[in-house]
Design a protein around this ligand. Structure first.
Ligand SMILES: [Zn+2]
Length: 148
């Protein structure tokens, strides 16, 4: 995902102007549309549950959203879940960390994106990611959690 520095600045500006909830929703809505295309082109079944987890993480890495892995991954058939995962090597978050440090807002955008993919491809329901740790606040990676 290039140019990552310019993208970090754009996303940060949107977050500063409109707030982090807006940024999250922006990421979420855009990624829902993207996920529909990807599901079709990859031949994934929508909401195909845990079987798709590796494919989804590989796909997000391929798209430039960084590397990620699950720390906790419990998903019930009805979509109830507790999922914790970490993200690193995301070039936009890395740029934002160096440009803005703890003032960075870009993770809200990415959490919206990941939330949409979690719902569309993994069958999670009512995803609302919160950030437990952040690269921009000095952690070695970002850690995001959702529970319902
Ligand atoms: Zn973060």
């Amino acid at each position: 995902m290039l140019p990552s520095r310019a993208l970090a600045k754009d996303i940060q500006m949107i977050g500063e102007t409109n707030g982090e909830d807006f940024l999250y929703k922006l990421g979420y809505e855009g990624a829902r549309e993207g996920a529909k295309e990807l599901i079709k082109s990859m031949g994934l079944k929508p909401r195909s549950g845990w079987a798709a987890q590796k494919a989804v993480l590989s796909l997000l890495e391929f798209l430039g959203y960084g590397r990620s892995e699950f720390v906790v991954s419990r998903i019930a058939k009805d979509g109830h879940h507790r999922v914790v995962f970490r993200v690193w090597d995301n070039p936009v978050i890395e740029q934002a960390a160096s440009l803005y440090g703890p003032r960075s807002k870009v993770c809200s955008w990415f959490m919206g994106i990941y939330a949409a993919h979690g719902e569309m491809e993994l069958g999670l329901r009512n995803v609302r990611l919160k950030e437990n740790k952040c690269l921009c606040r000095g952690a070695t990676h970002c850690e995001w959690e959702t529970k319902w």
